[in-house]
Structure formats: C-alpha cells, structure tokens
Design a protein around this ligand. Structure first.
Ligand SMILES: [Zn+2]
Ligand SMILES: [Zn+2]
Length: 657
C-alpha cells in the first residue's frame, strides 16, 4: 500500500489498518510537528502541549530536547514524559525528568509527581532510584506510600515492602485498600518457600478483615490471586463467595485460580456462570485466555467452539494473545487443521508463541516432517527461536523418531543463543532412548554441565522400559529415588522392567518399599466431552452409573479380539494375582471406559475424543485399535505425551510412543 496523500486520508483509513501499523500516526505527527518550530519560539502553553503529543507518539528524543528549554513545564507535561519513559524503557529520560523536577520550585515537592516518578522507576526496574525519590519526598501522602509498596512488591522485595507497611502503622499513616493489595502481593513476592508466604497472606487477610477491608473488591480480588498462587483453592473460593460486589477482574481471578490449580472443569463452569449472571459483565482477554487453556487441558472442544463464537461476537479476535490461545485450544483438542487455519489467519501479527504452538502441535500429532518445516519457516521469517521452540521441535523429532535431525537441532541451539537446559537434555535422552540408542543417551547425560533433572533421568527410565534395559533403569532410579522420593511412578516403572526381565524378587522388594513409604500411584483418569458436557472416568470407576454396561461392552470386544488371536498385555498390572484377575483390572482402565462411553453416547460417524492424564498403556492401545476397526469409528486419544489417532485398526503413532 502506498503512503496516503494527506493526513486526512490517513486518518480516514486508520480504523481499517492492520493492528500494529504506525504509519498514520507518524504522518499526523509530522503535520503537528511542522506547526511548531524545533527551537521553542512558540508559547510555553504550545510547547507543553507539543511535548505531550510527542510523548503520546513515542518521539521521546524530541520531547526531551524541548523540555530542556521549557521555562514552565506543567504537571501534565511531567506526567506524560514519565509515563512515556516507563513505556519505552528509557531510563535516561526518566532520570532527566527527575533532575528537571528537582530544580523546579513549583513541582519539586508535588506528591502526585513523586508517585509518578516512583512508578516510572519501578517499571524501569530501577528500585534504588525509586527508593531515593521516596526517601527524599518532602510530602509523603498515602499515594506516595502506596507507590513505594507497589514498587517493592513488583521488584520481589517482599520483606522490605512489609517493613514499610509496618512503618505506616507506626507513623500513623492511614492505610487504604491499595496498601492492603500491595501488602498482599508483597507477602508472596520474593518468598522462596510456600509456608511463610501462606502464613503471611493469612495474617494480612485477618488484618484487613479487622480494619473493614476484607470484603473490599480490590483487596478480595488480590486475596483470590494470592491464594491461587499458593494453591489454596478453598480459601480463594471462600473469599469469592463472600464478596458483596464482584467485577470482571474478581471473576477472572477466580476462573484463573481454577485453571492454574488443575481444576479446568470448574474454570469452564464458572465462566458460564459469569456470562449468565450479568449481561454487562464483559470478560477481558485474560479471562478468555484462561478459559481457552482450561478447555485445552480437558479436551473440551464443544465448549471451546462456543467460546470461539463468543470471541468473534465480542471482537476479541483482534488480540494476538487470544488468537494464540484459541489456536492452542484447537490443536490440543485434536483439530490440528483448524489450528493451522488460525495460524495462517493471524498472518504477519504472529509472534514466537504462535510459531511454538504450531511446531509442538505438529509434533504432538506425529507430523515430525511438518514440524521441522514450520521451524525452518520461522527462522526464515527472522523470528528468534526461544527455549520453548527448541523443546517443541526436539519433542517433535522424538515422537517421529528423527534422531539425526534432532541431534543437528540440538547442536545448533548455541547459534541461536539458546543455552541447552535440563528440558532440552530430557528431550534428547527421550529421542535417543526411544530409538534404542541407550548408550548414546547415557553418554549425553554424563556430558551435562548442569545437574541432570528428574525429567532427564525419567526419560532414560521410560526408554529402559521400552527396551527392557535393567542396568540403565537401576542407574536412573538410583538418582530418581533421591530426587523424587515421593514419586511412586518411578518405583512402578522399575518394577515393571524387573517383571519383564522375570526378576520377581526385585519386584517384591519394590512393592514392599511402596507400601512401607505409603506411596500411591497417580490414579489414571480419562475425560470425554459428550454434548458439551465433560465426563471423567477413574480406573475401575464405580461412580458412573453406566459402568457395568460399559465394562460389559468392552468385555464383548475383548472376547471378539481373543478369537482373532489377541492376548491381553497384563504387564502393567503389578499385583501378584491370577492372570484372570489381572485381565479384569485391565478392563477397568479409565480410557477403555471412556471409549465405551463414547460409543454408547455419541452418534455414528462422530469421532470420539478422549484425554488421558498418564501415558496410554499397551493393552488400551491394542484394544482401542481393534475397536476403531470393528466399529468403524475414528478415536482420538491425547495422552500425557502426544496424540493417537485410531482409524481402521491403525494408530497414527505407528505403535511408537
Ligand atoms: Zn490401559
Ligand atoms: Zn498410538
């Protein structure tokens, strides 16, 4: 598109311009700037106005130069300059404004500008300068105190913020709702351990209640955020329930609390309640993104589609953060094509998050080649890959078994200034290990400069299970039992490897250890969405009223399969029990129940979409393959690692997962 002929045309065109285009603003600015000469020959009122306009358009060098010769800057001019300096990350400008202000007899002791200076320095991560402004402020009103508390909490100096809050009490400065909100954030800021942070938040909460601020919307919303971060969902729920007035931020905080604390179903339900409770309550982009993430976690495609329509109706589709979340939702709910469509539709506005989503999406769905292609396109477009990009693309290589490509990418990381972290090593160990190159995987671990994380040893252990390697499995576990003493999964995997190697004595030792330390396996759980409602199944589920019917149906399939030569894979059942009993336990696996539930409760031709919280077991994989052929149904299962598309008795993972 060529440059518009006049500023008027450019203004007329402005609303239709793609997001992020700055050209019309600059054209308009050039006209404005041409009205006033560069040397300040105009009146001070004009100069003040011009500085404010320049600030609004990011022309900070010109604005700073004008300030030097300006005899009487107004409060508004100082404010515009400080806000613009913070926005542009221009610490030198903030310092220049600070010096000018100190020499200004009119505004030197203006508390409003003191708060603005502290805010700007806080945003610029210049805490010592913010402290200096506060210490030297001649008039410290409540706003100046609050600005300092906010700056300290933002910089993770929680202890100091709390000390200043105590000073306020000692000096008789009355606190307000903002002081409590900043104080609460300070309780969590910089606190390395969970226990003291939690005790402090509760203490501050009690204090706020005593002073009559406990139910204040702003304070209560901050409380919900704090309890969400601490993982104390029941307290957050209680605060939310007692609030006499809730705004969109309070609703979003509670929805976010559920989403962050692995209660995606509740997040989705509360969002529906929010929409239904008040037509004027318009969710913000943060709410929408939280709910989309929740839909993605539980594979709630129907709900996600409802949200998609809502996004379009309310115009949220202009925000890249929302579109990224929408795209990730579709990809994680198994609709890779729609995800790709949204990616293409975001077009030039896409950022590294959009690229990462697509790269990992192709990887999770088993399209390694496409994933590598998208990575190359990203590099060609000049986008710098991030830490997550490499986790995504290495993960894709691992799922597809592309060992050489993965090794090359891993070696190329330094060229992009990304230092390999434990998660990248874990991907590489997984890639090499799955491909049966266990010696190489161990060599790589031994070459690590950083201490191998549980993830790295876990990848090795997983590979040992696939290839039945007892020695390396013991080596991985000698580290894992130290690093994650409460993770029952490691004990179970090792027991499984021993069982495969027919080392029953070792299996018994591990079972005793599990019982002795009262360690429990993470219970297997699967979800399925039918007619926009989510149903979850635990293993050997007795809560679902249809469970007997479901088990009978699976039993029929299994009988049919046995006639065709199938032998149940009972290796995952650790108990020392009869083979027949082991088979009965396998029948109760949550993903089989979910598949049967889907078959009974959805219409023919409709794909069945299931999410599993753990890795899909070998037996469930074989049974699902058979069911997909026998019932002519497409079954899509997302386990903790990847997608399995079952169709006509074949899985997209080609039995490599
Ligand atoms: Zn299973
Ligand atoms: Zn599969």
């Amino acid at each position: 598109m060529s440059a518009p002929a006049s500023p008027h045309t450019s203004l007329l065109h402005f609303p239709h311009r793609p997001f992020g285009s700055r050209r019309p603003k600059l054209t308009r600015l050039r006209c404005l700037a041409s009205l006033a000469p560069a040397s300040s020959g105009a009146s001070p009122a004009n100069d003040n106005h011009l500085i404010q306009t320049l600030c609004a358009h990011g022309r900070l060098a010109r604005a700073a130069a004008l300030l030097q010769g300006l005899p009487a800057p107004t409060q508004r001019t100082y404010e515009s300059l400080l806000l613009a300096a913070a926005r542009a990350g221009d610490a030198a400008l903030a310092a220049a404004v600070h010096r000018r202000l100190e020499a200004d007899p009119v505004f030197r002791s203006d508390p409003f500008l003191s708060t603005r200076l502290i805010d700007a320095y806080a945003a610029l991560s210049a805490l010592p300068a913010a402290r200096q402004v506060f210490d030297e402020a001649p008039e410290k009103n409540i706003f100046v105190w609050n600005a300092m508390l906010k700056a300290l909490a933002l910089a993770d100096h929680g202890e100091e913020a709390l000390a200043r809050l105590a000073d306020m009490g000692r000096l008789g400065v009355p606190v307000d709702s903002y002081s409590y909100a900043h104080g609460l954030k300070a309780c969590i800021a910089g606190s390395a351990s969970h226990a003291p942070a939690s005790a402090r938040v509760r203490e501050m909460h009690a204090h706020a209640i005593r002073r009559g601020y406990g139910l204040h919307t702003h304070v209560a919303t901050t409380l919900i955020d704090c309890y969400a971060k601490l993982g104390i969902v029941t307290y957050a729920e209680r605060v939310f329930a007692w609030m006499p007035e809730r705004n969109v931020v309070s609703w979003s905080a509670m929805i976010g609390c559920y989403a962050k604390n692995e209660r995606p179903g509740d997040a989705i339900e509360l969002f529906q309640e929010m929409i239904a409770s008040d037509a004027d309550l318009v969710p913000n982009s943060i709410t929408i993104v939280s709910v989309l993430h929740a839909c993605a976690v539980v594979n709630a495609l129907g709900q996600g589609k409802v949200l998609h329509a809502y996004i379009l109706r309310r115009g949220f589709d202009s925000l890249v953060s929302v579109l990224n979340a929408l795209m990730a939702m579709y990809i994680k709910c198994g609709c890779l094509q729609i995800g790709r469509y949204i990616f293409d539709w975001i077009g030039r506005r896409r950022d590294v998050v959009s690229w990462n989503s697509l790269i990992s999406g192709y990887g999770m769905h088993g399209f390694g080649r496409e994933s590598l292609q998208v990575f190359e396109e990203m590099i060609k477009e000049g986008i710098s890959p991030s830490i997550i990009t490499f986790v995504s693309v290495l993960g894709a290589c691992s799922h597809a078994g592309f060992v050489e490509e993965g090794k090359k990418l891993f070696e190329s990381m330094v060229e992009y200034n990304v230092t390999p972290r434990a998660e990248h090593y874990a991907c590489m160990v997984d890639l090499l290990g799955r491909a049966g190159r266990l010696d190489e995987a161990v060599e790589l671990i031994q070459s690590m400069r950083i201490g191998p994380s549980p993830q790295v040893w876990g990848s090795l252990l997983g590979a040992c299970r696939i290839h039945g390697h007892v020695e390396y499995a013991e080596m991985a576990c000698s580290h894992l039992f130290d690093l994650e003493p409460r993770n029952a999964g490691n004990y179970i995997l090792l027991a499984d490897i021993y069982a495969q190697a027919k080392l029953q004595n070792q299996v018994d030792v591990l079972k005793e250890l599990l019982e002795e330390h009262a360690l429990e396996k993470v219970p297997g759980c699967s979800w399925i969405e039918v007619k926009k409602k989510l149903y979850s199944f635990g293993s050997v589920d007795d809560k679902n009223p249809q469970v007997e019917e479901l088990q009978a149906l699976i039993g029929e399939f299994v009988t049919q399969m046995k006639n065709e030569g199938y032998v149940p894979d009972t290796r995952t059942v650790l108990y020392d029990i009869e083979e027949e009993e082991k088979e009965r336990i396998l029948l109760g696996h949550s993903e089989k129940l979910a598949v049967a539930f889907g078959l009974i409760n959805t219409s023919r031709g409709e794909p069945i979409r299931i999410t599993k919280n753990l890795r899909l077991c070998e037996d469930c994989h074989s049974v699902t393959k058979f069911i997909s052929k026998f019932t002519e149904r497409e079954i899509i299962v997302r386990d903790v690692n990847r997608f399995h598309h079952f169709r006509d008795g074949v899985c997209s993972c080609r039995d490599y997962w």
